[in-house]
Structures are given as structure tokens and as C-alpha cells.
Write a protein that binds this ligand. Sequence first.
Ligand SMILES: Nc1ncnc2c1ncn2[C@@H]1O[C@H](COP(=O)(O)OP(=O)(O)OP(=O)(O)O)[C@@H](O)[C@H]1O
Ligand SMILES: [Mg+2]
Length: 1079
Amino acid sequence: MEVKTSLLDNMIGVGDMVLLEPLSEDSFLENLKNRFDHNEIYTYIGSVVISMNPYRSLPIYTPDKVEEYRNRNFYELSPHIYALADEAYRSLRDQDKDQCILITGESGAGKTEASKLVMSYVAAVCGKGQEVNKVKEQLLQSNPVLEAFGNAKTVRNDNSSRFGKYMDIEFDFKGDPLGGVISNYLLEKSRVVKQPRGERNFHIFYQLLSGASDDTLKKLKLHRDFSKYNYLSLDSAVVNGLDDAANFRTVRNAMQIVGFMEDEVQSVLELVAAVLKLGNIEFKPESRCNGTDESRIKDKNDLKEMCELLGIEQSVLERAFSYRTVEAKMEKVSTTLNVAQAYYARDALAKNLYSRLFSWLVTRINESIKAQAKTRHKVMGVLDIYGFEIFEDNSFEQFIINYCNEKLQQIFIELTLREEQEEYVREGIEWTNIEYFNNAIICDLIENNQNGILAMLDEECLRPGTVTDETFLDKLNTVCAEHQHFESRLSKNSKFLTDHSLPHSCFRIQHYAGKVLYRVEGFVDKNNDLLYRDLSQAMYKANHSLIKQLFPEGNPAKVNLKRPPTAGFQFRASVGTLMRNLQTKNPNYIRCIKPNDKKASHIFTESLVRHQVRYLGLMENVRVRRAGYAFRQAYEPCLERYKMLCKRTWPHWRGPAREGVEVLMADLQVPAEEFSYGRSKIFIRNPRTLFFLEERRRQCLQDLATLIQKIYRGWKCRSQFLLLKKSQIVVAAWYRRYAQQKKYQRIKSATTVVQSYTRGWQARKLLRDLKYQKRCEEAATTIAAYWHGTQVRREYRKFFRANAGKKIYDFTIQRIMQKYFLGLKSTMPSMSPIDKNWPARPYLFLDGVHTELRRIFHLWRCKKYRSQFTEEKKAVYEEKLEASEIFKDKKALYPSSVSQPFKGDYLEISKNPKYQKLSSAMDEKVLLADVVNKINRANGKGTARIFLLTKKSVVLADQKTGQVKASVPLPDLTSVSVSTQSDGFFALKLKEGSASAVKGDFLLSSEHLIEIITKLHRIGATAADREQLNIDISDEFLVQFKQDKVCVKFIQGAPKNGNSVSCKRKNNRLLEVSVPTTA
Ligand SMILES: Nc1ncnc2c1ncn2[C@@H]1O[C@H](COP(=O)(O)OP(=O)(O)OP(=O)(O)O)[C@@H](O)[C@H]1O
Ligand SMILES: [Mg+2]
């Protein structure tokens, strides 16, 4: 079981005495010393803190330390008073348990410092806020005020508390301080009038004289010089390390913070000054005539000043110091006071004045710091009470103080030792009883109502007759002689008869902390605490509100003859109340130990510490702790606290709590020797086990916190997400709505536009239709109207004069036309188509008609002319037309041929006998017969040949003989070449490869070239079996003579031999034909 623990880590010695091995007083002291030498002033015995006074300031009370110990487990860090304070505060805040911090120890052991550390820690860790801070500040600032008035330098402690203080700090349910209540116990008022050697009066006297301004001192009628005041001891008026002047300012400031009004502070200071003045009043004896001594005030100046300060009539006080009035049986008897009695009265007044002032201060502070809210409070009580005191000379005060310490020890025993053992028995835990000293017997010796010392003292004080300290001692000797803790020389017990350390006027008590010898002198007086009524009445008469308040019994209207309760009685009662109060609270112990008597750091006086360890019962404490269990807890809260450490008990355990705890411990595998099961509680032997549980719990809580955080965060994120989603849906819905609206608007406006266009278009169409219809109707109407109009006009035209003009006009026109046509008939030109004559037009308006008539006439004349033609003639003209199509504008010879009729048979071959033979040789009808020149290629000269053309062939025959020279079937003829000029040359080109082509092409010349070629062309055009004859018109063409090709070139030459054409051979390949230029 590996447990991380800082308490055990790096420990000097052992931090918890429970863990000390071996345990003995020596090892205990050794451990304390070891730790003290290493500045470890705190050590635990279980939950009890032992605090060694370091007598120097250690850096262990810093705010960082406060933070370090805050909310930490008690055993987690090294021992510290803060750990105890934190534990107490947290169990008050979290478990609603009232707490009390019991700080015990000798004078100078550091109780007051410890109480202040606890308070400052709690103030630092509890809640904050303006109101809370004010409360805290007031609670803390009550300390300097009470210390100034209640603390004094003693031989043991420079700042010894001379009163007991118990302060209840009240908290609300959150743990924020609400206020507090201070109870004070028995101020050592004798110190006001007398201080033991080497000690001082209460701090406030020195602080006032050192720190108050001159002005204040003047007002208080004081001098800064301590030696001027009898009540101030001079031997240790100035204490090293104590700055009275500065402290005075601190006190004044603290009073202001606590809430004292300025006049209240003034009154308090006046009272302090009055006490000092009172001490200076001295008496001298004055013999009276009756032989008795009377006291007189020596120097009345101080009395006067004091009376001025307190507003008391001087004579009244003076008389009160001289006489004492005793009222008995309704009778007043005045007796004079002798000097001793006067001094007694003076000191009694001073002590009363001061102690009542102190009580008033406590009441006044309580008024300021009391909790305002009436709700239930949680309370943390801090008890800082004077420690056990053993002086050389112990008086009533020491007796009372030691009695109180006995009671505290009793409570400690009650709550820790006895209670612990009893609890084990109660719980059925196996337990071997530990012997311890129970000091109840001593308490009984002191406080027993029948035969207790205090009861005896009271009895003696109240007894009529002469009562002295001696009679009191006698009484004790008789009553308490048998008591084993009471020792007296005069007791019947012979044991002490020879004990010289026990003087006759003393008795000794064996306190739990050691034997203390008490001198009985002053016991009766101090218990009586008598203040002569004359003095209290004189005080009541003072014109000073505070004084009046302090002495209410001085009011003559409330004269009470009953004796006031004795000091012892009062103290016993208040201690009883305190004890009862403490028993209701959860105790936390701080056991303060003083390391040496020299108030020095680093010195560890073993004997002194051993003594304290013994009387504080620390060893027993450790033994009980070790034998027992460090921690116990009822099953229910235990299960509640640790149930999260086991799956079976978390989150709910259904069965009994004990079983739950058993399951839990088994699950955690805590060794069996580490704990025991009681009837209602579990007892854990070792703090480490507890710490282990706490540590596991802390881890588990962290895990749980993480889980809760996780779930919470998850939930938060989820809700956030859902919210976002929802919002997103809303936004989206709105946006969609908006978008759809927009879209709808767009569609709507588009639809409206389309609609408007459609409607416009329909409307326009309708309008058009309607208009059209209307127009139709109107047209029909108009037509009908016109038609009717026409009809009517036609019918009635003849009756209209307006028509006369038109008629005349028509008539005139008719007449003119008639005349024109008749005239034309007589002037008609001849029927010759070539007659260009045509009568002139008589009127301009007849121009068109005139021209048209001329054209018609001409066409008609031509038609007439044509209708006279025979078929032959028609053929001749057709040939002429064809000749025109072939040659017009292409050959210069053509125009001259136009007027020559195509005769065809120029030779009249059938008739001419000369050519009879030739004619008969012809199969076909000769279409053309003429004489042509056949051009000789050798010289260009022509030879006359008869040229015959039938439908099938071209025949060349000798002119003279009529012998056929060549007959070329027309299909062998491919083309005819002619020139553009006015010559009659033409070349008949034969189809290559044909029989006719053997002799070559024919270059011929004829006067009727146009006719020959036209006819050749015409035959070709009409023959179905042949291709169209090509006619090539160019001034240069090739002629095939047998094998050679000769170029025939036509040039324009000057007329040499008249107008004839000459052909010359230029070379083998060129024949040049010179054609005269036609003008
Ligand atoms: N924790 C501490 N750190 C430093 N100094 C301390 C500490 N505790 C005590 N002292 C010193 O010891 C002196 C005496 O302490 P304190 O007044 O608390 O004793 P006490 O127990 O209250 O004595 P008494 O019973 O006389 O009032 C203090 O004035 C201080 O100088
Ligand atoms: Mg103190």
C-alpha cells in the first residue's frame, strides 16, 4: 500500500509521536529536541499539536504557507498549527461541528501567539467580502487592545497574558465569520498596585506615557516620566524589543477599528491616568484626641487632579479615604481609617477601577464584534488562558490560575484519555487499559462544595467574627488534612511536621503539573475583594459617565446589604460555565512547551521540557494513541465519505452501513490489523490508513469531478448544439422563407411580366382581329357604300352635269383617236420590213400608242413578209441566220457575204454537161457546187478544184476534167479553221487515222467561204450520226499536210496586187497569208 505522504516524507525525527519507536520519555524528548534544533517547532500526537516556542520569528507563517495548508488533509503535510486550524475550520464549515481550540502550556510557552496564529489563519482562509473583511479585522484588532490592558511583562514572559481569554468566533453556514464573543477570566488586578521584582505593570500605563502626545498627556494631567508614578515599577520599565510608543499608536488604531468612539477612548485613558494618580496619593497618620490614628492625605495635588479627571468632588473622595461607613441593622456607623486601611482602600479602588475598566473594555469590544444576524451560528472557540504557574511566592491568583489549569487538564483527560478508553469499551473493541493519572481528585480538592478549598475560603470569608488568613489555613488543615494531594505543616498528618520546605503559613497542593506551595497571606482579602462602599459611592457620584457605569453598586438608591459574591466563587462559576461550554464542542489541542527559561532561541533545557511533558501528560497521550486507534468514525458518515472508492458501495449501498464499510475495506484491501469494527464506528489504527483512504477519496473525487465536468460539459455542448441546431433551423426556415418569398416575388413578377406580355399579345391580337374585323366591316360598308354609290351614280350619272366634262373629254379623245387612226391608215408606210418610215405622231399623249402601233405594224409586216417565203427560201434564210451566228463579228469577210444570196450550186452541175459525169458520180444531192482553190503547200499557190458538198461528203474534183480528186466523208471531218480576216482561206481538218486523212488536211480558198462553212456546219447540226463540226476562227492554225504540220498564219498586208490575198510559203512549216486591209 504505497501512500504518498508529506508528513512522513523528509521528516526530522518523527512528525507524529504516535509513530515514535521505541517510545520512552527520553526518545520523546530526543525527538522534540531534534525537531526543535531543526526549527521544526510543531509535532503531532495524533491530532494534538505540540508547539515549542522558538523565541524568534520563523518564516513559516507566510501567505504561501497558508495556501499550502489550505484544504489539505491534516496528515498530509509536515506538522503545523495551520494544519490544526484548517482541520478545525473545515470540520466546522463542512461537518457543522462547533469547535474549540484549547491552547495550554506554561506562561511564555506561546499560547497567545498560537491563538493569534489560529485566528489569522482562519481569517485568511475563510470567505472574503467587504462586510466579512470588516468583521475579520475587528476580531483580529481586538487582540492588541486586550493585550495592552491585560498583558504585562513578567519574569517568564515579556508579554504575559494576565487574564484568561476565551473567544468564540461565530461563522455562518458558508464559513464566513459573523462576529465573536470574548469572555475574560480573572484579571490579575493585584499587578495594578504592586509588581514582583523584574516585572511590570500592565502595558497600557507605559504605552500611554511613552506614546501619547504632549497635548494628550497634558489633558490627562500626566508626565512622561515613569518614575513619577508609584504604581509603575522602575526596574524593568523599558523592555527590550518592546516599543511602547509604537504599540500605543497600534492600540489607538485598533480601538478605532474595533469601533470605539473618540470620547470613549478619552474616557478610558482618563481612567488609566486616574489609576496612576491614585497610586501617587499618600497618607500620613494623624493622632486623634481619642488616641486613635487617623489618616490624612499628604499631598492633595494628585487627588485634586484625579478628581478633576474623573469629575469627582475632591472632598467626597477625601472623606472616602478617611472614613468607612458600615451599615448594620438599618444603622450607619462611620469609623475612621488608619493609614494602612487608607492605603488598602486606595489600592482596592485602583485595582477595582482597573479591573472594572478591563471588563468594560471586553464588554464594549463584544458589543462591536457581536454577530448581527440572529441565525444559528457555528462556533469556533479559542481558549488562551494563563498557564500553570509555580512561583516562589504563590498567592491566591496562582491558586486560581492553577485551579483553572487543573480543570483544563481534566477536560483534556475527559475528552482524550478516558473518553477514548471508554469508547473502545463501549464499541466492543478489544482494549488493554492504559493507566493514566486522573486529576479529578485535585479538582475535587479545590472545588468541592462541601470541603473544597474554595468552599472553605468562602465559608471563612463569610463567617462572622475575626477572620484571618491563619484561621483559613487552620480550617484547611482540619478539613483537607486527609487529602492525598494536600500538604500542610500544621495538618494532623505528621508526615510534614519536619518538612522545612513547607512553612507554617503555607499549604501545598500536588497539582497534576507538580507541587505548588501557596502562601495563605491575602487569600481572604483577595477572595473578599472588598471595596469600601464609601469609595464605590464616591465613584458613582463622579461626573464621568464611564466611572458611573463601572460602579453601579455605588448608587445610593440601590444599596444592597448582601455581600457580593467572592472572587473565588465567581471564578469557579465562570470556569464551570467555560468547561460546560467546551464539552459541547469538538476539542482541538495545542500543547505549548517552553524550551527554556531565558526567553532565548535555540536553547533546549531538557529538564524544563521534561517537566512540562510530564505534567501535560503527553506520554500518556501518546500511549493511549498508540494502543488505540488514530481515527474513528461512525459507519454512516464513514460509508458516506468513502463509498465512492468501491463499485459495490457507489453510488448507493442498500444494506446496513456497517456491512457497506466492511465491503469497502475488503475491496480496498486494507490490512485487517489496520482497523477494527466497533459497534457503531470503525476504528482505524494508523493515520496512514486514513490518509490512504483520504488520498484515494481525493483522487476519486477528482475523477468524479472530471466525470461530472465531462457530463456537464457534454450536456452543455449538447444543449448548446441543440440550441444552435434549433436556431439554425429557425434561421434556415426564416432564410428559406425569405428566399422563397424572394423567389416567389421574382416568379410572380416574371409571371406578371409574361402574363402581361401574353395578355398584351392576346389583347393586341384581339385588337388586331377586332380592328381587322372592324376594317372589314368598314371596308364592306365602304365597298357597299361605294358600290351603292357607283350604282346610284351609274344610275343617276346621266342626270349629273358633272359628267358632261368627262363625256366631252371622252368624246374628244375618241374623236382625236378616230382621226389619228384614219390619218394613220392613209399615211401607212410600205410593207417592206426594211422600210423605216413611220408617220409623225400628232399628239404628245399618243406617244406610247404611236410607238406601240409602229412596233405592232412592223411585226405584222415582217410576218406578212415571211408568210410569202417558200421552203427553199426559208432554208436559205435559215442558212444566212446560221452564218450570222457563226461569223458575225468574228470574221471580217462576213459582212460582205450578207447581201449575197446563198446560191448553192454555182456551177449548175446537173445542167452543165461538162460536169455531167461528175454529177452522176454523186450519190447524193449536191448541196453546194463551186470552184475553190486548193492551196499548194509547197508554194502557197492555189489550184482550182470543183468543190462539191453533199449530205455525206465533200468532194474535190478537177475543174477541167471533172475528175474526182478527193472525196472526204463528212464524218472524217473534224474541224474547219478560218482566219478572222476578209480572206477566203479555210482548212478542212480530217480525223486522224481516217482513210481520208492519208493525204492530209485540205487548205482551200473560196469566195463563198461563208456559205461553204455554214452549209458544212448545218449538215453537221442536222446529222444524227456525227459530231458537230468545230469551227476554229483564228489567224494562226495548223494544217496537216501528209506528214507535216504547217502553220498557216494570217497577217494584214499592204495591198500589192490589188485587193487580192497572197499566200506565200515562208518555210516548211509556215505559210503566211497576207490579207489586204479593208478600209
Ligand atoms: N510561534 C512563535 N514564533 C515566534 N515567537 C514566539 C512564538 N510563540 C511564542 N513566541 C514568543 O514567545 C513569547 C511568549 O509567548 P506568549 O505570549 O504567546 O506566551 P503565553 O503562553 O501566552 O504566555 P502567558 O501564559 O504568560 O500569556 C512571545 O512574546 C513571542 O516572543
Ligand atoms: Mg499569553
